[in-house]
Design a protein around this ligand. Sequence first.
Ligand SMILES: NC(=O)C1=CN([C@@H]2O[C@H](COP(=O)(O)OP(=O)(O)OC[C@H]3O[C@@H](n4cnc5c(N)ncnc54)[C@H](OP(=O)(O)O)[C@@H]3O)[C@@H](O)[C@H]2O)[C@H](O)CC1
Ligand SMILES: [K+]
Length: 464
Amino acid sequence: MPGDQILTVAQVREAEQALIDAGSSIDALMQIAGRGAADWIWRMAGRHKVTVLCGPGNNGGDGYVIAEAIRERGGHVVVVAAAQPGTDAAKNARKAFASEVLGPDADVSGHVFVDCLFGSGLTRPLTHDHAELVKRLAATHHRAVAVDLPSGVQSDSGMLLNDDLPRYDFTIALGAWKFAHFLMPAAARVGELRLVPIGIEPVEGAARTVVRPRVHEPPADAHKYTRGLLAVVAGKMPGAAILASMAARGAGAGYVRLFADRMDNVPVDVVVDTGILSEVLSDDRNRAILVGPGLGRDGEARERLAIALADPVTAVVDADALVLLTPRGLAERAASTIATPHEGELVALERAFDLDGSGTRPERALALARASGMVIVAKGPDTVIAAPDGRLACARSATSWLSTAGTGDVLAGVIASRAASGVPAFEAACEGVWLHGSAARLCPPAFTASALAERIPAALAACL
Ligand SMILES: NC(=O)C1=CN([C@@H]2O[C@H](COP(=O)(O)OP(=O)(O)OC[C@H]3O[C@@H](n4cnc5c(N)ncnc54)[C@H](OP(=O)(O)O)[C@@H]3O)[C@@H](O)[C@H]2O)[C@H](O)CC1
Ligand SMILES: [K+]
């Protein structure tokens, strides 16, 4: 199931123009957006005092609409204008606000601070005065809500144009998600996210959010091979491959076969094969391969990677295998390959594929996907998934407790399991990322990677 669209500033402007061409107006869109945002703020504040900070552009215009909607309901609302409205729509919204507007020096405090200083039109850092004003208002209110984006955040990259700006409890996106809602460092400042739709049509080629997949029970006549046989190739340090295999067992594949040098310390429900790798992989019942966790980086590891990549089934390439991977290694491959690099491995792959690593994380992931022909899962607190055909998806961090050893092995195992179950590569990557995050949410704090792997079936249960 495709998620919601995530749009760049240019895509939002084009989509907004299409609505205007179809008979709407900026003023009408601002009313829908502002009143939709006011509904959320009303739920949060009720009759407690709300302060709306309005900037000069249409984000500020939204602020006047929000303030008027709260005033009409009998709420206690104050507007602080950081600058006079500069656009026609913002001027109209200001005129329609039937109460007093205070200047930026006003001494205000209250329950909810609503930031409508700048949104997607921000092009440069906030001035010192604006930054101090935002900080002061955030400090004198119990809760902070950003409308569309926190002021000071660059919409397409998620970069912060100013240091030291407040964290928000809530961000209410207008019309569509923006990349800054998902990308670090901005994603750490937005708080809980809500989206107010304003009628924007689907934009061709737009990025999507990663959402809960739909998974079906195996058919009545299913057996372990029809549900998918996954081969996991271990190396010198089998622990990581065992962890990946455990996670894979719980994510849908009917059979996980671990190729390893030794049989000891392997849980009973992972089948170990200590034979000859090329023979293990030539089993034509194999539906997917996972190679990389604990593989090592020596000559034997290189050889195992080459044998794995020569196999005509979907391959998930992780950890050490990402460092050993070369364009030549992929040249003969016809089957899909999914790479799951963290930032350091992403940089190594960019070098290997002669890319300069410039641009936002989604742009970098897409460039690598196109250059390598692989589905790229650029994992981290702001995981981005890119396909060679240009599809792009972003996931919010489930929890920062995921920052512990072995969780990457679990992710690789889950993605490989979805691929072995017959899910196409890009979708398998998105499903794996969702299941991994969802399992993390089911874990207690300070969980271990093996506890995470144990929660994968519970995460899968929520998808049935
Ligand atoms: N998504 C939609 O369809 C709708 C969105 N709406 C809201 O509109 C804003 C975007 O509004 P816009 O007027 O384009 O931009 P801003 O309000 O964010 O910024 C206003 C102008 O401020 C100037 N600017 C930029 N950075 C700074 C700065 N650091 N200091 C001072 N001034 C700055 C810039 O103009 P310049 O000419 O000075 O460069 C901006 O244009 C969107 O976020 C939504 O909230 C509408 O409600 C309609 C529907
Ligand atoms: K804002």
